[in-house]
Design a binder for this molecule. Structure first.
Ligand code: TA6
Length: 299
C-alpha cells in the first residue's frame, strides 16, 4: 500500500521497493523516519515527543515563519516561539498526488492554528508541503502563498537530522569559501575548510550558497547523502555536542550527538518578502550514495 493514513501519521512505501518507506507525523508534518533498503536514514531522539506536546527532536522538523528567535521586538515574528509555529501544529493531510514516485501533500493555514498563535502572527497564508519518495531519493518541497491583503516576510528551513555512525568520521563538503555566520561566537567569516569535520559543538549558517553546489555528507570516503537545494540559498550545519545535548531533556541518548548531523537548507540569512497574492517555494532533494564531487578549487 503506497500510502497508508493512520490517525496521527501517514506512511509512504515505494511501490517499486517495499524496503523504502517514509513516516510523517501529522503534528508539524514532521518526517520522523526515512528507511532506505530497511536502513533508517534520519536521526530521531529516543525521547522525542510524538504526542504533539512539543516539536519533534529529530527527523525533519519544519521552521516557519522565523528561524531561531526574532531579535527585533518590533518585528511581527517577535512574539513567536523559537523556529516559529509550523513544527508545533497539526497539518492537514491533503492526500496522494502521484503514484510513482509516490507523492503526498500536507497543508497548513490560519484555520489550523490556535486563536493565540493566529493573534501572535496575524497574516493569511497557505503552506502546501509536498513529500516525494523515489528509490534512493527523498524530496521535500514547500510552497508558501500570501492569501491575505497584507505583505508579510518569513524564513523557511528544513531542519533535517541525518543519522550517521560516528560524527568524528564525518566530513561535510563543498562549503569552502562560503560566507558563514558562526552562532557560537556571533561572528561571520569565510569557511576555509575544504570539508568540515566535527570535534566540538558546531552551529553555523552558510549564506547564499550557489544552488549548483551539492552539499555532501561523507563517512570515511564514502558518500552517505547528497543535498541539492532549489531556491534555498542558505544551509545551517549543527551538532550540539556534549554540553548542549545534556541541556536538552528530549535529546536521548545523551551520546546521540555522536550519531547525528544536521544539514538544514533554508532561506534564513534574510527574510523572504511576500506581497499579497504571491507564492514562494523552496525544495530539498536528498539522495543516497554516489561519488564524491569536489565542487571547488581546494588545491
Ligand atoms: O538549527 C540549529 C539551531 O538553530 C541550533 O542553534 C539549535 O537551537 C537547534 O536549532 C535546535 O533548536 P530547537 O529549538 O529545536 O531546540
Amino acid at each position: 500500500m503506497p500510502v497508508e493514513e493512520l490517525e496521527d501519521k501517514v506512511i509512504l512505501t515505494n511501490p517499486q521497493d517495499s524496503s523504502s518507506k517514509v513516516t510523517i507525523l501529522k503534528y508539524g508534518a514532521t518526517i520522523i523516519s526515512w528507511e532506505n533498503k530497511a536502513e533508517e536514514k534520519l536521526w530521531l531522539s529516543k525521547a522525542a515527543k510524538l504526542d504533539g506536546s512539543k516539536p519533534v527532536r529529530g527527523g525533519i522538523p519544519l521552521v516557519f515563519p522565523i528561524f531561531g528567535k526574532q531579535k527585533n521586538p518590533e518585528h511581527p515574528t517577535s512574539k513567536l516561539p523559537q523556529h516559529g509555529f509550523a513544527r508545533n501544529n497539526e497539518w492537514e493531510f491533503l492526500g496522494q498526488t502521484n503514484e510513482s514516485p509516490v507523492t503526498v501533500q500536507f497543508g497548513l493555514g490560519p484555520e489550523n492554528l490556535s486563536e493565540e498563535t493566529r493573534s501572535l502572527w496575524p497574516f493569511n497564508f497557505t503552506l502546501i508541503y509536498t513529500i516525494s519518495l523515489k528509490e534512493d531519493k527523498l524530496t521535500t518541497k514547500i510552497e508558501v502563498e500570501n492569501s491575505g491583503r497584507k505583505e508579510f516576510e518569513f524564513n523557511w528551513l528544513f531542519h533535517t537530522y541525518y543519522k550517521i555512525q560516528d560524527i568524528t568520521d564525518i566530513l561535510v563538503s563543498n562549503l569552502i569559501d562560503q560566507n558563514c555566520y558562526d552562532q557560537l561566537i556571533g561572528e561571520s567569516y569565510i569557511e576555509k575548510a575544504p570539508a568540515i569535520s566535527f570535534h566540538e559543538e558546531f552551529d553555523r549558517i552558510y549564506k547564499n550558497i550557489n544552488s549548483s553546489k551539492i552539499i555532501q555528507i561523507i563517512d570515511k570516503g564514502k558518500v552517505l547523502y547528497n543535498l541539492k537545494r532549489n531556491n534555498l540559498p542558505d544551509s545551517v550545519v549543527w551538532n550540539p555536542w556534549i554540553k548542549k545535548s545534556e541541556g536538552m531533556n528530549d535529546f536521548e541518548p545523551k551520546s546521540g550527538y555522536e550519531n547525528m548531523i544536521c544539514v538544514e537548507p533554508g532561506h534564513v540569512n534574510s527574510m523572504v518578502l511576500l506581497p499579497p497574492g504571491e507564492k514562494w517555494f523552496g525544495e530539498q532533494e536528498i539522495s543516497i550514495g554516489g561519488e564524491i564531487k569536489v565542487q571547488s578549487n581546494i588545491y
